[in-house]
Ligand binder design. Structure first.
Ligand code: HSE
Length: 371
């Protein structure tokens, strides 16, 4: 049996991954070893082959693994990956962090979309497999059928990204802000609370009087939004926006013939689902029924949502999707701009298809191929 080492399995993405692997009995397929940066020598989880936690910074212990799967984050990858490779380790490195994503020696994994790229990479001896940016992966799961049919000339993605994209502390900060604002309303003078303008004044004051904890987001997120995610890159884009074009084309294995993608990435006050509104310039005026067929037949998780108020409210919201692998796509219609312009909206769980599921499936591909 292959020896698989897990690092960063207790964090948010790691915990979602462990739950899913347990649910599907993945641990029956290999020997599992759990590594830690802070609790070396303490008890490993019950499903571990080795009952003791190993040292995640110990190159010799890591070298004994055939496969390492890490959700520990980019700093860990930068600290360990190249030292491990330099030590002569030629095992498979599967990573949920972005540090190695754009390296020539890595492949971004999203097998329902790019299984061909993954298989070609394995044949060529690629050893580093990295999960994609959550927004990109969720977009590609939703639009996989259009990419596969090479139907897209360009697209814009305007995003509505959940607090979880920042991390666990960010989710808690959002909830704390919601609580503070809600309390300000509940506790205000009850004679004034009948006047919505007065209520709004209280809420707006709470945005400006420094009473909200904004240490993670740098601005209130509850009752607000922030049209900036991650650091600045060239030409006025954020890094999150830059990932749209660079990662998508890398996932598809397109080097020369890139599909232009751009948009504005926005943080909103939802918990763990990222939503996106697309304007898609098709290469030709494809009838809507053909478009829905291309999209719905592409993978087992994408679902077409009827363009009606009832279906949209019931199925195309973070509240409907959270905690599931569903990839609903709706609001599909040709735009006033012309028959080649398609409008669409999608929503997906940022921790499942956006993070844990692609790396879990990559591990299973390696185990099934027995390489
Ligand atoms: N960068 C993403 C976000 C999450 O901030 O929402 C990680 O893919």
């Amino acid at each position: 049996m292959k020896k698989v080492g897990f690092v960063g399995w207790r964090g948010m993405v790691g915990s979602v991954l462990m739950d899913r692997m347990n649910e599907l009995n993945d641990f029956d397929q290999f020997e599992s070893y759990f590594f830690s940066t802070s609790q070396v020598g303490l008890a490993a989880p019950s499903y571990s082959t080795d009952k003791i936690l190993k040292d995640a910074m110990n190159i010799d212990e890591l070298k004994a693994m055939d496969i390492i799967l890490t959700c520990q984050g980019g700093d860990y990858t930068k600290a360990v990956h190249s030292a491990l490779r330099k030590s002569g380790w030629s095992g498979y490195w599967i990573d949920a962090a972005s540090a190695l994503r754009m390296e020539e020696t890595s492949i971004i994994v999203l097998d329902p979309v790019n299984r061909n790229v993954i298989d070609e990479g394995l044949d060529k001896g690629i050893k580093d497999f990295v999960g994609g940016n959550c927004t990109v992966s969720l977009m590609m799961m939703a639009l996989g059928g259009l990419f596969k049919n090479d139907a897209i000339e360009w697209l814009t993605s305007m995003t509505y990204q959940a607090a979880s994209g920042g991390g666990a502390r960010h989710m808690k900060e959002l909830l704390t802000q919601m609580h503070t604002i809600g309390s300000n309303f509940v506790n205000m003078d009850q004679t004034l609370s009948k006047d919505i303008i007065e209520v709004d004044r209280i809420v707006t004051n709470s945005f400006r009087d420094n009473s909200l904890d904004t240490s993670c987001f740098g601005a209130p997120l509850a009752g607000n939004l922030i049209p900036w995610i991650d650091s600045a890159v060239d030409a006025g884009q954020t890094r999150e926006e830059w990932k749209g074009i660079s990662e998508t084309n890398k996932i598809l294995g397109r080097r020369d013939n890139i599909i232009p993608i751009d948009g504005t990435c926005v943080r909103i006050g939802t918990m763990r689902c990222h939503s996106q509104a697309f304007t898609i310039k098709l290469k030709r005026d494809i009838p809507l029924n053909e478009i829905t067929e291309m999209i719905s037949s592409h993978n087992d998780w994408v679902r077409i949502i009827e363009n009606s108020p009832e279906s949209t409210r019931a199925h195309l919201t973070p509240a409907a999707v959270s905690g599931t692998l569903d990839i609903p796509i709706g609001r599909l219609r040709k735009m006033n701009l012309g028959g080649e312009y398609l409008n669409a909206f999608t929503c997906g769980d940022q921790l499942l298809w956006g993070a844990a599921e692609p790396v879990r499936r990559m591990l299973n591909i390696l185990i099934e191929k027995s390489i």
